[in-house]
Design a protein around this ligand. Structure first.
Ligand code: P6P
Length: 335
């Protein structure tokens, strides 16, 4: 039974035995993410005070200018995961290729790979709007003790053993699942401890918030346009309220608490949408389903998509089940 005010460390220990692979490694992995979250949180919260804002001058594989905090967060999460000797491979939005850890050490018995978006929503950093870190964890599929291969990362989202995010907002929270529900932990910055503040998080079945960048409206497929007009019509509990923060973690977190739907569909500008399957859509989809919600690309379950590339993008519709079902119905009707 989850007890409010339980610390994250106590929660991990209490629930370790319920995790089917409970060898303690996954617990140590979550603990290393916890430490990285506190380190990154410290920098994010003082970003306005030090010369750490602005582009680092480089661009990532996505062709997006890297903010210095992007680079910092990427380095910290990779460092924490590597130093604790827990994982055998890491993939990151900020790294062109995956990173093999201790690939020449045959005694290396680690069996987990982690995929991260180290600082999602980074375009919001300079305007002091919430940003987040997203992580996804799999067991490797290749032989333990051998170097990881791309196959270890290109697994369907349904194979994830853990996923979660850190939201650096008005308060800093770590929200994650290991397949037994979603639990949220809030950081007490005075003592640097995460406390269980949101046990067993669940999407309300029906929400009244829709979250989409309507600046792209004219580029959307007809079904998406029809659904947005449906959200805006006066009928029943509509019109819905439109909320779009421009930070997936923030929009997702609000919708999971209040009920709602987030859409980043394909468009004439982006034929596969914008969000990355492996380290944005899959972890958020795992969380959504564990929280009684739904996540699809408009036609198929996100967690059933067989990845083909490390940084591939997919259309993403996620949130309260009834709302995602409505959106899918409009897409189907327009075909
Ligand atoms: P747009 C941030 O870059 C991100 O990946 C998500 O966090 C966010 O929801 C989306 O892109 C915002 O994209 O095109 O609406 O600015």
């Amino acid at each position: 039974m989850s007890q409010k005010n339980q610390t994250l460390g106590e929660f991990i220990i209490e629930h370790q035995s319920s995790f089917k692979y409970s060898s303690g490694e996954l617990s140590r992995l979550i603990n290393s993410i916890r430490l990285a979250a506190k380190v990154v949180n410290y920098e994010v919260n003082k970003a306005g005070l030090v010369d750490i804002l602005g582009a680092a001058g480089d661009t990532n594989i996505q062709g997006e200018s890297q903010q210095k905090l992007d680079v910092y967060a990427n380095e910290k999460f990779i460092q924490m995961l590597t130093n604790r000797n827990i994982v055998c491979g890491i993939a990151s939005e900020e790294e062109d290729d995956f990173i093999a850890i201790n690939s020449n050490d045959k005694n290396h018995q680690n069996k987990y790979v982690v995929l991260i978006d180290p600082l999602d929503g980074s375009s919001n950093i300079d305007v002091n709007v919430s940003v987040g870190t997203i992580f996804s964890v799999y067991r490797r599929v290749t032989e333990v003790g051998t170097p990881v291969t791309l196959d270890d990362f290109l697994q369907k989202g349904s194979e994830q053993v853990a996923a979660g995010y850190i939201i650096y907002g008005t308060s800093t929270m770590l929200v994650y699942t290991t397949g037994d529900g979603v639990n949220g932990f809030t950081l007490n910055p005075a003592i640097g401890t995460f406390y269980l503040s949101h046990p067993k998080m669940q999407f309300p079945k029906v929400g009244t918030i829709y979250s989409v960048n309507e600046g792209n409206y004219i580029h959307f497929p007809q079904g998406i346009k029809d659904y947005i007009k449906y959200c805006q019509m006066e009928e029943g509990d509509r019109p819905y309220t439109s909320r779009y923060i421009g930070s997936l973690v923030s929009d997702f977190h609000r919708n999971m608490i209040k009920g709602g739907i987030y859409l980043y569909p394909k468009s004439s500008k982006t034929s596969a949408g914008k969000l990355r399957l492996l380290y944005e859509c899959n972890p958020m989809a795992f969380l959504a389903e564990e929280a009684n919600g739904k996540a699809s690309d408009g036609a198929q379950r996100i967690l059933d998509i067989q990845p083909s590339e490390l940084h591939q993008r997919v259309p993403f519709i996620c949130g309260s089940t009834n709302m995602v079902n409505d959106a899918e119905a409009f897409i189907k009707a327009a075909q």
